[in-house]
Design a protein around this ligand. Structure first.
Ligand code: IDP
Ligand code: MG
Length: 141
């Protein structure tokens, strides 16, 4: 690796639509092929409590009950992903939140056409990533 690389880690989560549509392998493959390193991975089913914490910034939105139903409807796969500028890098690989804005070639641009069901979560800041990693993998992760 080059010297000036800004190694970070991020919390990535494949949402229930990835599980139901059997797109988990495809998405994990894209992360691996990009060159980022998956250092932890687990499948789990979320409950309302952890979801409210994870999505506290949208918990008062009118669409939140739908998100809650969707996010608890099937397993998710949580991952810690490591690499140079991986927080921004993963957000680029994912594409923007709204599929109408996501370019083909991105995960959301290629596979999503429903706003709430956009396949993948990725942390949006260093502090956010550390908080989410602790939430889903514990303090010592
Ligand atoms: P992000 O996942 O791209 O970081 P956030 O703004 O953190 O986007 O929102 C969390 C999730 O809430 C989104 O991924 C999406 O599934 C859902 N969401 C955001 N805005 C809307 C909306 O306007 N309608 C329905 N669902 C939404
Ligand atoms: Mg977000």
């Amino acid at each position: 690796m080059a010297r000036n690389e800004n190694i970070q880690r991020t919390y990535i989560m494949l949402k229930p639509d990835a599980y139901k549509r059997k797109l988990m392998g495809e998405i994990i493959g894209r992360i691996e092929k990009k060159g980022f390193k998956i250092t932890a991975m687990k499948m789990m089913t979320l409950n309302d409590k952890v979801l409210k914490e994870h999505y506290s910034h949208i918990a008062d939105q009118p669409f939140f009950p739908e998100i809650e139903d969707f996010m608890t409807s099937a397993p998710v796969v949580g991952m810690i992903v490591e690499g140079s500028d991986v927080i921004t890098g993963m957000r680029r690989l994912m594409g923007p939140t709204h599929w109408t804005e996501a370019q083909p070639g991105t995960i959301r641009g290629d596979y999503s056409c429903i706003i709430g069901e956009n396949l993948i979560h990725g942390s949006d800041s260093i502090d956010g990533a550390e908080e989410e990693i602790e939430r889903f993998f514990g303090k010592n992760a």
